[in-house]
Design a protein around this ligand. Structure first.
Ligand SMILES: [Zn+2]
Ligand SMILES: [Zn+2]
Length: 432
């Protein structure tokens, strides 16, 4: 071992003095791991164990060596700092491997829940030696166990986005796994009206089950989320699935055309590299005429936030009922005025009970008259996300302006009878 470099920060004699102090003043024998770890930041490139061993060799017989007070070999007892933890590394590795068997993963990270006793021991040691050049016990334990798991399994330690976190619980003497979710991006189409995007808990009982909801705890028997979940949960051996949508359509609206972008988050998956064509086929065969998914691909966790914050433009197609007959020319004029308009919209009265009352501004990019009859017409509207399109047509008692009803004039009331979303234009690249 060379002392060059180290001396710049801490002189040789100083190091040896601290090491001697640790060995002599500690309440019991100390292992090479725990001794070496106190100088982890002085010399790099070797293990704490080797570092401790070298220090002991330099200090020579008479200090902490065999037969000496403070020496591991002669002391007979366990290291007073780690309580013999570093002699049991293989036990922890075995426990971890056993748990890991059940979960498919390529990357992992080891973390430790240190027991109170070990924290106290480490604090006492740092009172003796100072903590300036030391590495915490759990950092060494994490690294050493991690290295061994890598060697045994070929899996790789990943500090940023591990698929599984192996937690050494020193309190319980057991290993726990925190299995991180798998994220899948895709688009869904909803062909049937009356299905909400996600589970909608009963207003009366909030999910517990009551007469109002026929003891289902839900307002609607099925949702896009539940339909997809039911068809793929077992493929991943996952505990649960959450659907993060890029906005959501009304329950009575269909989602057609390009479909709505979503990210499915599979919780605690046992398998994480399932062929996505199989997944797609499974969902689509199980939910014919209700829900369909396409374009599935694996993404990172960050995709969820990106999806939620994306200002995706939406294109709607709707059948509008008119309270009086309207000549084609009037319809065309109203449609022309809406195209390109900036809409000032107060929170619609129908959602006021659950949303704050505020004013939002949304742009209409395009408005087309597709078809018309005496008291009915069909429109296509492209707008910023977040526009309440039913209110754009009805006017919501003047809360949305301009609106289709007012533009038709003559006291005509226009109302959306059927609504379909036909495109969600996601203008950002997702985190893959
Ligand atoms: Zn120790
Ligand atoms: Zn209920």
């Amino acid at each position: 071992m060379s002392y060059e470099g180290a001396e710049e920060e801490l002189g040789r004699e100083e190091i040896l003095e601290i090491a001697r102090k640790i060995i002599r003043e500690g309440p019991g024998p100390i292992c090479n791991h725990c001794l070496g770890r106190q100088f982890a930041k002085v010399y790099s490139g070797i293990s704490n164990e080797r570092r401790g061993e070298i220090l002991r060799e330099i200090l020579g017989p008479g200090v902490g060596a065999e037969g000496e007070e403070g020496g591991m070999e002669g002391g007979g007892g366990k290291c007073w700092v780690c309580n013999g933890l570093f002699t049991e590394l293989n036990k922890w590795v075995r426990l971890a491997l056993k748990k890991l068997e059940c979960y498919e993963c390529n990357t992992f990270l080891v973390g430790t829940k240190v027991s109170g006793m070990l924290i106290e021991n480490e604090e006492l040691l740092w009172e003796i030696a100072g903590a300036l050049f030391a590495e915490p016990l759990k950092a060494e334990l994490n690294r050493e166990v991690g290295k061994r798991i890598e060697e045994e399994t070929g899996k790789r330690v990943d500090f940023d986005t591990p698929e599984v976190v192996v937690i050494l619980n020193l309190w319980e003497g057991d290993v726990e796994l925190q299995v991180n979710p798998v994220f899948i991006y895709g688009r869904y189409r909803k062909y049937k009206r009356g299905i909400p995007q996600t589970r909608w808990f009963c207003r009366e009982c909030h999910g517990e089950g009551c007469p109002h909801c026929n003891f289902t705890g839900k307002m609607y028997p099925e949702s896009v989320e539940e339909l997809i979940k039911a068809s793929i949960l077992d493929l991943f051996g996952a505990r649960d699935m959450i659907l993060h949508g890029c906005g959501r359509e009304d329950i009575d609206a269909r989602m057609l055309g390009s479909g709505r972008p979503f990210v499915a988050e599979l919780k605690e998956p046992r398998r994480r590299r399932v062929d996505l064509q199989t997944v797609e086929k499974r969902v689509n065969e199980a939910n014919r005429a209700k829900v369909e998914v396409c374009g599935l691909r694996y993404v990172r966790r960050g995709a969820v936030a990106q999806l939620k914050s994306a200002n995706a433009k939406k294109t709607y197609r709707m059948r509008v009922e008119l309270s009086k007959g309207v000549p084609e020319a009037d319809l065309r004029r109203a449609v022309k005025e809406l195209a390109g308009a900036m809409i000032e919209q107060r929170t619609p009265s129908r959602v006021l009970h659950r949303r704050a009352d505020l004013i939002r501004y949304r742009r209409i990019y395009n408005c087309k008259l597709l078809d018309w009859h005496i008291r009915e017409c069909e429109l296509e509207v492209k707008s910023d996300g977040g526009l309440y399109v039913k209110e754009l047509i009805s006017g919501d008692g003047g809360r949305t302006r301009p609106n289709f009803s007012d533009l038709l004039g003559r006291g005509i009331e226009a109302r959306v009878k059927e609504l379909d979303v036909i495109d969600v234009d996601l203008s950002c690249e997702l985190d893959m």
